[in-house]
Design a protein around this ligand. Structure first.
Ligand code: AMP
Ligand code: MG
Length: 412
């Protein structure tokens, strides 16, 4: 049986970078930049006022000085010409600072201006309340690096520099096929022995978060011909995920379907809990290599396997340098009883404590219990040698919310 790290290594060996396409900046959220973008402009493009007030020469604006007002500049409607010596100009936030002015007195530090003059109540320091040209972004600054995921902040940054389109990696199309005679789509009526199929819905959300496009193929029955036929359809996508039918039961036919479809089984089973019976292989289909992940049927197992294996494969294929979920250190606020022998990924919530992050178990760690997954913020990682989690122990937790890492400094 493979260790988690070895399974990851084998899966990442099957990565090839997907093509790039140009998209409008308004649709770039969660996409991965295919090239670095530097700014062609300064932001702001000119010195402008950070306050509503009066543009002055600081040397003329001592406390008590009364200065005549020459005109007004507002955002989008700049004052024309330079500020004449001995004058002030009314100025609004975001308006260009007129040539000659070297400070803005905020309106609260004046009498507000009346009868064509303004009385300064608090003298400004030279440069006060002026946002300098290029202070946010200078020409040539890197706005986004190739391989960086585009967060709302980065998309806004690109837009602020006037970038209308950005080259990103194509979204991976990931086919999802549930398997099992017992499965009924949500909204249907359950017959004897039947359950609602939840795996495709949960996986579709995870695929979207990872920047992919789920292709829902419904559920295949537990018969080999039907299964093979449905899996073949899935091979048109960039990767195929099946759920269920991959253990040692009499109706667990996914591995047989791998064989019929000529998908070489790279490995089956990983020494982890939940998620042991993962099967992985690569199909040769239409001149392309298509990874096939036979995920377990238990709802938590298939989600955990997605996060540990499929997500890194997806992000690496889109050129993300660090495709793994971020890990934080936390103090265990509850003991968790687990036996050693396999790597464990335990569902926990995180909370702030005076000692930093604290974590507690969300309840039953059974691989079929989805409530404890739905409530969790992340997975406490235990290596195969580690036993139960003791109260107060320092542990490592993988966060479900990866935007923590997406905020990494792009090198501005
Ligand atoms: P299997 O590996 O096919 O034996 O499935 C393991 C467990 O997961 C069984 O209890 C199945 O009923 C359940 N299961 C399989 N597929 C799904 C699904 N799509 N949604 C919810 N539970 C499922
Ligand atoms: Mg089954």
């Amino acid at each position: 049986m493979l260790e988690i790290q070895d399974a990851v290594t084998r899966i990442l060996a099957c990565v090839s970078t997907v093509e790039a396409e140009s998209v409008a900046i308004s649709g770039a959220f969660r996409r991965v930049a295919a090239e670095s973008v530097s700014s062609a402009v300064d932001v702001p493009p000119w010195d402008n006022s950070a306050m509503d007030g009066f543009a002055v020469r600081a040397a003329e604006a001592s406390a008590g000085a009364r200065i005549s007002i020459v005109g007004e500049g507002a955002a989008g409607r700049p004052l024309e010409g330079a500020l004449p010596v001995g004058n002030a100009a009314a100025i609004m936030t975001g308006a260009p600072v007129p040539e000659g002015a070297d400070a803005v007195v905020m309106v609260e530090n004046t009498d507000g201006g009346r009868d064509g003059s303004v009385t300064i109540e608090v003298a400004p320091a030279p440069g006060a309340n002026i946002r300098r040209r290029g202070a946010d972004i200078a020409v040539g600054d890197v706005l986004v690096r190739a391989g960086q995921r585009i967060t709302p902040g980065v998309a806004g940054l690109l837009a602020s520099a006037g970038v209308a389109e950005v080259k990103v990696r194509k979204r991976l199309r990931i086919a999802l096929l549930a398997t099992g005679d017992e499965l009924v789509e949500p909204g249907g009526t359950l017959g004897p022995g039947q359950i609602y199929s939840s795996n495709p819905v949960a996986l579709a959300g995870l695929i979207e978060e990872a920047g992919g496009e789920p292709v829902l193929l419904g559920a295949a029955p537990d018969d080999l011909d039907g299964l093979v036929e449905r899996m073949r359809v899935g091979l048109d996508a960039d990767a195929l995920l099946t759920t269920g039918g991959v253990s040692v039961g009499r109706y667990d036919l996914v591995k047989d379907a791998f064989e019929v479809l000529g998908i070489g089984m790279d490995f089956w089973k990983v020494r982890m809990k939940p998620g042991k019976p993962l099967a992985f292989g690569v199909a040769r289909h239409g001149g392309r290599d298509v990874p096939v992940f036979g995920l377990p049927g238990n709802p938590v197992s298939c989600m955990v396997n997605f996060l540990e294996f499929v997500r890194p494969w997806m992000l690496a294929s889109m050129g993300v340098e660090q495709p793994f979920l971020p890990m934080v250190e936390a103090v265990a606020l509850t003991p968790i009883h687990e036996t050693p022998g396999r790597a464990k990924l335990l569902r926990v919530t995180l909370e702030e404590t005076p000692l930093g992050w604290g974590c507690r178990s969300t309840g039953s760690q059974s691989s079929g219990v989805l409530t404890s997954m739905a409530r969790a913020h992340g997975l406490l990682f235990r290596s195969p040698e580690q036993g139960p989690v003791a109260l107060g122990e320092r542990v490592r937790v993988q966060l479900f919310d990866p935007s923590f890492l997406d905020r990494a400094d792009p090198g501005l």
